[in-house]
Design a protein around this ligand. Structure first.
Ligand code: GUN
Ligand code: FE
Length: 444
C-alpha cells in the first residue's frame, strides 16, 4: 500500500452539534492514516495538491467519514423485512433461534455472509460490530468474509446456555463449553491469515442476560479481563427483558453486567431503552457505550431511547441496524429514523391527549446529531480511530455523489445543510467510492 493525497469538499462531524464542510486536502500515509490535513487557500494545501497522483474530487462530490453499524446480527439477514409481527420474546423463539440454528451448515453461513458484507459496504458501512451465532466455524466464516471484502469487522461468537429460554438445538451445552468456545474463537480470529493488521477483531458476546446463566456471565467477564477483548450484549431492550433481569437479579441489566465484569471500556450495550440515569452514569464511568437501534425499537422496545439526554450526559453512543429486528441494512436510514423517533418522543403521539401533556419536550435531536451518531459516535464508542477526517485518524471514508436519486447537493451547502441532506436522502446509489484503512475497497 502506498500513500496518496485526496482533495475536495470534506464533511466532518466535529462534535454532536457541529459539522464542518470545507475544501481541504488530506495526505494518507502508507498505513492508511491521515498524516496531514490542509484547508484551501493555505500554502500547505497548495503543496499537497502538487503531489503526483492526487485524487481530486469534483464539486458534485462530498467526502465524508465511513459509517459504523454498532449492532447487527449477520445470521438474521435472510429474514430482514420479515417476521416482525410478534413481541421480542416470541419472535426469538418462533423465528430467530430456528433461523440461527441453521448456521451449523457452513455452506449456508458462507453464502449469507458473503452477500451481507458487500451489501453493507454498498450502504457505506465501513465498520460493523456483528453478532454471529453459537457455531465456531460458521462465525469464523463471517470474519473471513469481512477480511475478503476489506471491511473493518468486530465479530462475536454468541454465547447462550440457559435451558429455560434457549431451545435444545440452539444453545451451548454448558457455561464451561461456551467459555472455552469463546476462548478458541478469539485466538482463531486473531490468527486468521490476512488479518495481520487486525482489521477484524473478536468480541465476547453473551447474547443477553435472560439467555445466559450466572456462571456463563461471570466466566465471560473473567475472560474479558484476561484477554482485553471487547464485549457486546443486549441490555434493557423491552419491558419484558428489563423486568426479567430485575426479577432474576434484583438490579438493572447495566448493574448486573458490571458486577459480572462485562461493563468495560468499549463494551457495547445494544438498545438500552430502559437504562436509568444511574445506569448511564455507570456506562460513562466505565467508558462503555450504547448502540441506538431506532428501527428495531419501533417493533420491540415499546419506548423511544432518549438519545438527546444520552448525548447531553456525554455517554458514548452510535447507531445499529439490529438486522433483523430492524429491516434496513442502512445506517443512514437508521439515522433518519433516529431523528423521527426523537421528534415523536418530544411532541408525543396521541392526538386525544392535550398538546401540553402529550409529549416529553427536550428530547428532539437534529440531523447533525444523527450524522454524528452514524459516524464518529459509533467509532468512538467502539474505540476505533475513525469517523472523522482529521490528522491522526485512520482513513475510512465515502465519496458521496450528488444528482442521483433525490440527493441534490449545491455549491453553497454548509456543514449542517449537507449533513441534513445526506441523512435524509443518501443511499447506495450516492456512494461512489469506499475506502477502509486507506485502501479503496469499493468503486462503482
Ligand atoms: N435480544 C436477544 N437476542 C436478540 C436479537 O436477536 N435481537 C434483538 N433485537 N434483541 C435480542
Ligand atoms: Fe439485537
Amino acid at each position: 500500500m502506498s500513500g496518496f493525497v485526496i482533495t475536495g469538499r470534506i464533511l466532518d462531524p466535529i462534535s454532536p452539534g457541529c459539522t464542518s464542510l470545507t475544501w481541504s486536502a488530506l495526505r494518507i500515509d502508507d498505513h492508511g492514516i491521515i498524516a496531514e490535513r490542509a484547508e484551501e487557500g493555505s500554502n500547505a494545501y497548495n503543496d499537497l495538491c502538487k503531489s503526483p497522483g492526487t485524487i481530486s474530487l469534483s464539486a458534485d462530490s462530498i467526502l465524508m467519514p465511513g459509517l459504523t453499524d454498532l449492532h447487527i446480527h449477520a445470521p438474521q439477514w435472510p429474514q430482514a423485512g420479515k417476521a416482525l409481527d410478534l413481541p421480542l420474546e416470541q419472535w426469538l423463539g418462533r423465528y430467530t433461534f430456528p433461523l440461527e440454528s441453521r448456521y451449523a451448515d457452513l455452506d449456508f453461513a458462507a453464502c449469507v455472509y458473503d452477500e451481507l458484507v458487500p451489501t453493507l459496504l454498498r450502504n457505506g458501512t465501513t465498520t460493523a460490530l456483528y453478532f454471529a451465532t453459537i457455531h465456531e466455524e460458521a462465525s469464523l466464516e463471517l470474519a473471513k468474509s469481512c477480511l475478503r471484502h476489506g471491511q473493518r469487522g468486530f465479530v462475536g461468537l454468541v454465547a447462550m446456555d440457559d435451558p429455560q429460554l434457549c431451545p435444545p438445538e440452539y444453545r451451548n451445552s454448558s457455561a464451561a463449553a461456551a467459555i472455552e468456545a469463546t476462548r478458541r474463537f478469539i485466538t482463531a480470529v486473531q490468527q486468521l491469515p490476512g488479518n495481520e493488521s487486525g482489521l477484524v477483531q473478536p468480541v465476547i458476546t453473551p447474547r443477553f442476560i435472560p439467555a445466559c446463566s450466572d456462571a456463563l456471565l461471570q466466566g465471560l467477564g473473567d475472560l474479558a479481563r484476561e484477554t482485553g477483548v471487547r464485549v457486546q450484549t443486549h441490555a434493557s431492550e423491552s419491558d419484558w427483558e428489563h423486568q426479567h433481569v430485575l426479577s432474576r437479579l434484583h438490579c438493572t441489566d447495566t448493574e448486573a453486567l458490571d458486577s459480572f465484569g462485562l461493563l468495560r471500556p468499549c463494551t457495547i450495550l445494544a438498545h438500552s431503552n430502559f437504562v436509568t440515569h444511574q445506569d448511564r452514569t455507570l456506562i460513562r464511568n466505565r467508558s462503555a457505550g450504547l448502540a441506538h437501534c431506532p428501527i428495531s425499537n419501533a417493533f420491540f422496545a415499546g419506548a423511544v431511547l432518549p438519545v438527546h439526554k444520552i448525548l447531553d450526559e456525554n455517554v458514548r453512543c452510535g447507531l445499529g441496524t439490529d438486522i433483523s429486528g430492524g429491516y434496513s441494512p442502512s445506517i443512514l436510514e437508521n439515522a433518519r429514523q433516529a431523528v423521527l423517533a426523537a421528534r415523536m418522543l418530544d411532541s408525543g403521539t396521541d392526538p386525544h391527549v392535550s398538546p401540553q401533556s402529550r409529549g416529553a419536550p427536550g428530547n428532539r435531536i437534529d440531523f447533525q446529531e444523527a450524522f454524528w451518531l452514524a459516524t464518529r459516535g459509533g467509532a468512538e464508542a467502539l474505540g476505533v480511530p475513525t469517523g472523522q477526517l482529521q490528522t491522526g485518524m485512520t482513513f475510512d471514508a465515502l465519496e458521496i455523489t450528488s444528482g442521483r436519486s433525490s440527493l441534490r447537493l449545491d455549491l453553497n451547502e454548509n456543514g449542517p445543510t449537507a449533513a441534513q441532506k445526506i441523512v435524509c436522502h443518501a443511499g447506495p446509489e450516492n456512494i461512489a467510492r469506499v475506502w477502509i484503512n486507506g485502501r479503496l475497497i469499493r468503486k462503482e
